[in-house]
Design a protein around this ligand. Structure first.
Ligand code: HEM
Length: 155
């Protein structure tokens, strides 16, 4: 992700902020339509609350793109929490696809190929950090029964 791409992401996200409630609704609508298998994860979730949390977190990430070190730890902790929600590594691509379609709908003509590429790169980076934190196999991991989360390296 280069400097120009970070600017594109920040400028395009600024256009989504005023319509963030609608964007969150479009996002979950799209996700549940295209990946209905993830719906059960949200069985007990207040979707209005969830939409605001998602947009707030995206805001933190988008604003922190020039200082990735600061957001990596938060993203890793968030990813570990997601394991308890039942989320699988493969679900990250589904969420990424819905996010891109939401931006396309929300931004219209402002969703240029460059903006799309910048968001694709940014989401790819973020989701890789999250998946590595939550699902990556430690080097030298033994049989499945011995596998443990990375933060229990001492156990
Ligand atoms: C970049 C990727 C993602 C971000 C930034 C993100 C953000 C968040 C945030 C901020 C929360 C609230 C956590 C809290 O209350 O402490 C959350 C909860 C949740 N997320 Fe994600 N998420 C991401 C990926 C995913 C994926 C791939 C799925 C799977 C479809 C998913 C499903 C959920 C579920 C089920 C919850 C819990 C809802 C509840 O509290 O009932 N998320 N997410």
């Amino acid at each position: 992700m280069n400097d120009a791409q970070i600017t594109l992401i920040q400028e395009s996200f600024a256009k989504v902020v005023p319509i963030k409630d609608a964007a969150a609704e479009i996002f979950y609508g799209d996700l549940f339509e295209t990946a209905p298998e993830v719906k059960p994860y949200f069985a007990n979730t207040d979707m209005k609350d969830q939409g605001s949390k998602l947009m707030a977190t995206l805001g933190v990430v988008v604003n922190g793109l020039r200082d990735l070190d600061k957001i990596v730890l938060v993203a890793q902790q968030l990813a570990v929490k997601h394991v308890d929600y039942g989320v699988k590594a493969a679900d990250y691509d589904k969420v990424g696809a819905s996010l891109l379609r939401t931006l396309e709908k929300g931004l219209g003509d402002a969703f240029t190929p460059e903006v799309k590429e910048a968001w694709t790169t940014a989401y790819g980076t973020l989701s890789t950090v999250m998946k590595d934190a939550a699902y990556a196999e430690p080097v030298g991991a033994g049989a499945a029964s011995e596998k443990k989360p990375f933060w229990k390296f001492w156990a």
